[in-house]
Ligand binder design. Structure first.
Ligand code: GAP
Length: 454
């Protein structure tokens, strides 16, 4: 499935539309339509259920998007959260220097390299502008990715403030509050899901890299020395979560950062890579961040953020292990993994072979002939409505309605026909095998419950 086909599919079926479309569109913004918002919400709910609800040692948070400006000085975002920008003097296009090198087809890796090294590589390999083919660049400049806005009502009182580029810092700021009020003992974690904003220089690849996106982040606080065990345990849990969503294991890679490429605050980092239509790219990050963040906030705020062990009375700043996931990237991976054009005997069908627990519509109720079967079909639909994600569809030939449901990934279609009226039965059509089975009306709900809670 190419990226273009995926974008068309997502629009055609109401998963994702171009943002501000009636005004000609606002580039790299996307709106999630009825099926898209349902799938996105389901993914967030499953993440929350797995990493928060099911874990007695993890609690949740919903912190503000606007944080005190000192937050971003302490976290290093004011000084260091930037991308290396380079302009082509010939055609005036702007590029990310590391991307320019990596996409030159020379098999070079430029991740995390200094400005000077990047400039040296561009010169040494005579890398050219992908737009005009010339090798004539400006020096590299660092471009901060945070969105700046103003807070306050008058010109004079307006104070500059940033939209958060990650949800994590809201967690660090609340570490003490949460530890006290929830009476958690280290080790414990704090999780949140929310919007983050980055003024990306090269957004693109549909919803993969955008300027506004949702993150599901978890900061797990532990005693120094225990972080490597928790790191490994989260790595295993993340893999299990992705496989449980039905992702193909061969489309996933766990790439550990070599020691020389670790950020100065990290003693272990793994990127979970998914094979998107353009190749393997980052889906989820896992970082062991030592005590860096809490220490920085302690220094900048002057508030003591030490933890006192209730048994040993030992005082220390906890170490942190952080799994950080982009919800839109997970959405894209799930859609890409499930979507196929299946060849049938005399035909093809668009099939979204998505895990039933993720399907935006889990059950479709279809009267075979509208005039005759509508009343009973509506009763069946109403009876299922509160239990599953259900859709009622009476328009068009039954074969076309099945195809439409296949295309949006509906695992079960319930058809009401003459037999239903006479014998109180329904026909259940299965998405993947297209098999049809007859069930009594009484059997329907328990059958679906069992099938959809797998
Ligand atoms: N707190 C750590 C942190 O934010 P990151 O690697 O910068 O780490 C974590 O981001 C995850 O957020 C990424 O793995 C990716 O899934 C998602 N993400 C980052 N930038 C994004 C963007 N511009 N658009 C969509 N998702 C993004």
């Amino acid at each position: 499935m190419t990226l273009e086909a995926l974008v068309n599919y997502a629009k055609t079926y109401g998963f994702i539309y171009q943002g501000s479309e009636i005004y000609g569109g606002l580039s790299n913004t996307w709106d999630f339509g009825p099926l898209g918002v349902t799938l996105k919400r389901t993914l967030k709910d499953l993440w929350w259920h797995t990493f928060v609800t099911q874990d007695a040692h993890v609690v949740g948070l919903d912190s503000a998007i606007l944080l005190h400006p000192k937050t971003w000085e302490a976290s290093g975002h004011v000084g260091g959260f930037s991308d290396p920008l380079i302009d082509c003097k010939s055609c005036k296009t702007r590029h990310r220097a590391d991307h320019l090198i990596e996409s030159a087809g020379l098999g070079l890796s430029a991740d995390g390299l200094s400005k000077e090294t990047l400039e040296g590589m561009i010169k040494e390999h005579q890398i050219v502008c992908p737009n005009c083919g010339k090798h004539d660049f400006t020096p590299i400049r660092e471009f901060n990715l945070m969105f700046k806005t103003g807070i306050g009502v008058t010109e004079e009182s307006t104070q500059s403030i940033y939209l958060r580029p990650e949800t994590a810092q809201g967690i660090f700021l609340n570490f003490k509050n949460i530890q006290r009020t929830s009476r958690q003992k280290v080790p414990f974690g704090i999780a949140q899901i929310g919007k983050s904003f980055r003024n990306e220089i090269t957004p693109g690849n549909f919803i993969f890299r955008t300027r506004e996106f949702e993150q599901a982040e978890l900061e797990f606080f532990c005693a120094p020395g225990e972080e490597k065990n928790w790191f490994e345990s989260y790595k295993a849990k993340m893999k299990e979560f992705l496989l449980d969503l039905g992702l193909d294991e061969t489309h996933l890679k766990f790439e550990d950062h070599p020691e020389e490429k670790l950020s100065h605050y990290s003693n272990a980092t793994t990127d979970v890579m998914y094979e998107f239509p353009w190749g393997f790219d980052e889906l989820w990050g896992l970082a062991s961040r030592t005590d860096y963040d809490l220490k920085q906030h302690q220094d900048y705020s002057g508030v003591n953020l030490e933890y006192i062990d209730p048994i040993t009375n030992e005082r220390y700043i906890p170490y942190v292990v952080e799994p950080s996931l982009g919800i839109e990237r997970l959405f894209l991976a799930v859609l890409h993994d499930a979507l196929e054009e299946e060849a049938l005997e005399n035909d093809t069908r668009t099939l979204l072979r998505i895990h039933p627990k993720l399907a935006p519509v889990q059950v479709a109720v279809l009267p075979l002939i509208k005039k005759r079967h509508k009343a009973m079909a509506e009763d069946v639909f109403k009876a299922l409505l509160g239990e599953f994600r259900v859709q009622y569809d009476e328009s068009g030939a039954i074969g076309r309605r099945y195809r439409r449901q296949d295309a949006i990934g509906t695992p079960y279609c319930v058809t009401i026909d003459d037999d239903s009226l006479e014998k109180n039965t329904v026909t259940l059509r299965l998405r993947d095998s297209m098999e049809q089975i007859t069930l009594s009306l009484d059997e329907l709900n328990p059958y679906l419950k069992k099938a959809l809670t797998r």
